[in-house]
Design a protein around this ligand. Structure first.
Ligand SMILES: Cc1cc2nc3c(=O)[nH]c(=O)nc-3n(C[C@H](O)[C@H](O)[C@H](O)COP(=O)(O)OP(=O)(O)OC[C@H]3O[C@@H](n4cnc5c(N)ncnc54)[C@H](O)[C@@H]3O)c2cc1C
Length: 579
């Protein structure tokens, strides 16, 4: 950036907060798995022109006003967890919003939190639990920005059954438009004094335009405050913890109105039916379909042990249709009722609660695998005769192991502190596909499609042999919706593996069209919109019109959002979209 331009931006935020040194810019050009995003398999994203760190809404507005006058585009990031936060070319200024980290308001009575971009979910949750409240946290882990998830990008997490999904929890927003004008959307809008209780005002709502299905991925200006709907929390208000990463352990027992379960179902249909039944009776607080390979990963600490247990074939038999579930009651009586309902649903769907007091050891799994070689479903008797189910829980095991397993379920389902390092352990790289936000049935069908499609690359040794089915996801709003994304474990060091992963992702998008799965997680950005739009009311044309109307001077990086008449259709680096 030349000195004159730099000075203009420095006049808005102070010179300390405008940086363009190449080594710093490179840290904003390196993300997880860009080799899948970049069609040539390269690992770098474009270096931004500069990185600016504003502290106030007025400073953000000032930067956007300058971008309207100069040949720069702004691209905001909240935590920058994902490569969609990257600049799309060297004329983009990244707005790193880390200095905007305040909880602006916490309205406990009306269950609303108003936050700035760099308030992290895990910190907000810690405060909220003390007040008997909770927020929806997405499943990339508690370090994400609730503002970014609610306003701008995806928003799916394990609390989906009771806490909805991020985009639906938005109750208002302060929005610096691409022109630099500031708009407060909904009840908190200028001069109403009504507070942040809804994002829709009288008359037509702008919420569909600012957020829509997926979010605008930083392509429609900058959101500087978001009001987020909160939900009741009847779990512990504080946690006592021992141990260290990645095995933090709860020191105290969980309260008796909170239960965590791992369930094995006999078939896809049974898993689907149970999801709907639990949804209809509104008993689940959080849930997640944990594929057998992930279950094995979660039970092991190193790759050799993982390989031995996986190859024993045991987990494929007992955890193929595996769901982890959290149930919480507002009172002991409510919990007891929910638990009874849960058990009746399991009896109807032949679901079995797995004992948590035993962790499969490699040698035991190998022995059990041999003994059960010719038995398809080792849990069949327990499924058929519910009276026997109690026996499973009585299998002798360790108290320590039980505590460890409960802690880990708590961490995943309720605290959203994932073992991210563990996820990358077997193959170093992973990417995802499908995952349309539709029905629970459709999600399960998608996991089958991707499992079959991955087999060829698994046979060729290009993908890790996880059995194919890494369909991860859960239900939302008590199974009103559901989704499962199809994860692929590939090697980022092997160009053939990278290319194979990219190919499967592209084919998965096509499958969404051919099989009417819906709009996948990868369905964002110019290229994907053009592909999917004609099958969905030509939404890509509407996005382009919105983009042009709100951003006439192209001051907001359009790449991950929508095409703009000022950008040639073939312009920009050739990319493949993938979350
Ligand atoms: C391993 C992994 C797992 C993931 N799992 C999930 C998942 O389960 N569910 C899910 O929903 N997502 C998931 N994601 C996607 C993504 O990480 C999150 O949606 C994202 O982290 C949201 O918060 P953030 O602060 O990190 O957003 P960022 O990475 O900072 O930004 C995400 C997008 O939003 C835009 N944006 C951010 N802040 C603003 C703002 N203030 N104004 C305007 N635009 C803004 C950015 O430009 C960018 O396009 C996953 C990503 C990875 C790498």
């Amino acid at each position: 950036m030349d000195a004159e331009h730099k000075k203009a931006f420095a006049d808005v935020v102070g010179s300390k907060w405008v940086r363009d040194t190449p080594c710093l810019m490179d840290t904003y050009a390196f993300y997880m798995n860009p080799e899948i995003l970049n069609k040539d398999g390269s690992v770098w994203l474009p270096r931004p022109a500069a990185v600016i760190m504003p502290e106030t809404t007025q400073e953000v507005a000032g930067i956007l006003k300058l971008c309207n006058k100069m040949d720069y585009m702004a691209k905001p990031l909240s935590t920058g967890f994902h490569c969609v936060a990257a600049a799309s070319n060297e004329k983009v200024i990244v707005l790193d919003l880390k200095r905007m980290n305040k909880i602006v308001d916490l309205d406990v009575r009306n269950q609303i939190a108003v936050v700035e971009p760099y308030v992290k979910a895990i910190n907000l949750q810690t405060i909220l639990w003390k007040e008997g409240l909770n927020l929806h946290v997405i499943s990339c882990g508690g370090n994400h920005s609730p503002l970014a998830s609610a306003t701008s990008a995806w928003g799916t997490g394990l609390g989906g059954p009771a806490l909805s999904y991020s985009g639906r929890n938005l109750l208002g927003v302060e929005w610096v438009l691409p022109t630099g004008d500031v708009l407060t959307l909904g009840s908190a809008g200028e001069g109403t004094g009504a507070g942040w209780f809804t994002a829709d005002g009288p008359g037509p709502s702008l919420r569909g335009i600012m957020r829509g299905y997926m979010g605008a991925f930083g392509g429609l200006g900058v959101f500087t405050k978001a009001a987020i709907k909160l939900y009741p929390w009847d779990g512990p208000s504080e946690l006592k913890v021992e141990g260290g990463c990645p095995h933090y352990q709860l020191t105290d027992d969980l309260p008796s109105n909170l239960g965590l379960f791992a369930i094995s179902f006999p078939s896809k249909k049974a898993l689907a039916d149970a999801g709907y039944k639990m949804g209809e009776s509104e008993i689940t607080y959080a849930d997640f379909r944990l594929p057998a390979f992930y279950t094995t990963m979660g039970a092991t600490d190193d790759n050799l042990e993982l390989k031995r247990i996986w190859q024993s074939g045991l987990l494929q038999k007992v955890a193929k249709y595996h769901l982890i579930v959290a149930i919480i009651g507002g009172s002991q009586r409510e919990y007891d009722w929910k638990l009874q309902t849960f058990k009746e649903i399991l009896a109807e769907t032949e679901g079995v609660i797995l004992p948590l007091n035993r962790q499969p050891q490699a040698s035991q799994a190998e022995l059990a695998g041999k003994l059960l070689k010719y038995i398809d479903d080792p849990l069949k008797l327990f499924r058929k005769f519910p009276a026997l189910k109690g026996l499973l829980q009585k299998i002798p095991g360790g108290e320590r192991q039980l505590k460890k397993a409960i802690s880990e379920l708590f961490w995943v389902l309720l605290r959203h502190a994932n073992n991210t390092q563990g996820n990358f352990r077997p193959s170093q790289a992973m990417c995802t596909s499908l995952g349309t936000f539709d029905t629970w049935d459709s999600g399960l069908n998608q996991s089958e499609w991707i499992a079959a499609r991955k087999q060829e690359s698994i046979r060729k040794g290009l993908f890790l042999d996880d059995g194919g089915d890494l369909g991860c996801g859960g239900t939302f709003e008590h199974c009103h919706m559901g989704y499962l994304e199809g994860i692929i474990m590939y090697s980022s060091k092997d160009p053939q593996s990278v290319m194979a992963a990219g190919k499967v992702i592209d084919e998965a998008v096509q499958a969404c069209i051919d099989q009417s799965f819906g709009v996948p997680i990868a369905g964002f950005g110019c290229e994907m919109n053009a592909k999917l739009g004609p099958h969905c009311g030509n939404y890509h044309e509407w996005l382009a019109k919105i983009k042009q109307a709100l951003d006439p001077n192209l001051a907001s990086d359009p790449f991950f959002y929508s095409r703009h008449p000022k950008v040639p259709v073939t312009g920009g680096p050739p990319r493949r979209n993938e979350p």
